[in-house]
Write a protein that binds this ligand. Structure first.
Ligand SMILES: [Zn+2]
Ligand SMILES: [Zn+2]
Length: 244
C-alpha cells in the first residue's frame, strides 16, 4: 500500500476539520455549503434578490421604492452618476461589518462577483477603475482595502479593465464621517486626496470608475472626484456595493 503523501494527509485533515467545525454563514450562523461561498443558501438567495429587485435611479441610485429622488433638477455632485447594488438592511449591514471589521477580504470579492453577475457590466469595458483608497495607517491596521477587493470581484469578467491602486492617494487621515453633517464632512475631507506623480498621464482625457464599499452622502467620492477632474480626467462615475 503506498504511503500517504503530505498533500493527501492535509486534504484528509481539512475534511475532518470541516466535519467537526462546518463553515457557518456569516449572516445567520447556520452551516454553509463550502469555504468559497460565505453565505448559506437562504442568505445567498436573499442577497441575490436584493440586487435583482432593487429599483435604483439610473443617475443617483436612490431606491425609488422608498424615496423620490430629485436628481434631474438638483445635481450638485462632481461625478456624473452613482450606481449602487443594495440598500442597507440587516443582511447587508452584517456583510459590511464582516468585510470591514472581521478581516474577510474574500467576502468583499465574493459580493463584488455576485453584484457583477446580476448587472449589465458591458458598458464598463476598457475603463480605468479606481477603488477609493484608505490612508496608509488604516490600510496597515486592516491589512487590505475592502473597496479594492469589491472592485476586483465586480469587474472580474469585464474586458479591458485597468484596476489601479497607485493613481489616487489618501494623504490625510480623516475622522469617521458618520456623525458629521454635510458641511463638516466637506471640511473633514478637504485635502484628503491627491494624484500620484505618475497618475495624471494615466487618467488624462479618460473616464474613471470610482469604487467604494458604501455611499452615504457621497462626500468622500466627491472629494476624490474633484481631484481626478482637476488632474485632467474627462468623466468620473461612482459605483458602490451599498447605498445608505
Ligand atoms: Zn445565512
Ligand atoms: Zn435620482
Amino acid at each position: 500500500m503506498p504511503r500517504p503523501t503530505r498533500k493527501t494527509l492535509r486534504r484528509l485533515l481539512r475534511r475532518i476539520d470541516g466535519f467537526i467545525f462546518p463553515p457557518l454563514c456569516i449572516v445567520c450562523d447556520t452551516p454553509r455549503p463550502d469555504n468559497d461561498r460565505w453565505l448559506c443558501t437562504s442568505c445567498n438567495s436573499t442577497l441575490c434578490a436584493l440586487v435583482i429587485n432593487r429599483d435604483g435611479c439610473p443617475r443617483c441610485s436612490q431606491n425609488r421604492a422608498f424615496r423620490t429622488c430629485a436628481c434631474d433638477v438638483a445635481w450638485d455632485h462632481p461625478f456624473s452618476r452613482i450606481r449602487s447594488f443594495v440598500d442597507y438592511n440587516d443582511t447587508t449591514r452584517s456583510i459590511m461589518h464582516q468585510i470591514k471589521y472581521q478581516g474577510k477580504r474574500g467576502l468583499a470579492e465574493y459580493v463584488g462577483r455576485l453584484c457583477g453577475s446580476h448587472a449589465d457590466m458591458a458598458e464598463y469595458a476598457n475603463s480605468i477603475v479606481v477603488p477609493i483608497p484608505l490612508h496608509w495607517q488604516r490600510l496597515w491596521k486592516r491589512g487590505y482595502n475592502q473597496a479594492e477587493w469589491f472592485a476586483r470581484g465586480l469587474f472580474a469578467g469585464v474586458p479591458g479593465i485597468t484596476l489601479t491602486t497607485g493613481i489616487l492617494k489618501r494623504v490625510k487621515s480623516t475622522r469617521t464621517q458618520t456623525k458629521l453633517d454635510r458641511s463638516e464632512r466637506r471640511s473633514n475631507l478637504s485635502g484628503a486626496f491627491r494624484i500620484a506623480a505618475t497618475g495624471a498621464a494615466t487618467i488624462n482625457g479618460k473616464r474613471v470608475i470610482l469604487v467604494d464599499d458604501v455611499i452615504t452622502t457621497g462626500a468622500t467620492t466627491a472629494a476624490a472626484t474633484a481631484v481626478l477632474l482637476e488632474n485632467g480626467c474627462r468623466d468620473v462615475q461612482v459605483m458602490s456595493f451599498a447605498r445608505d
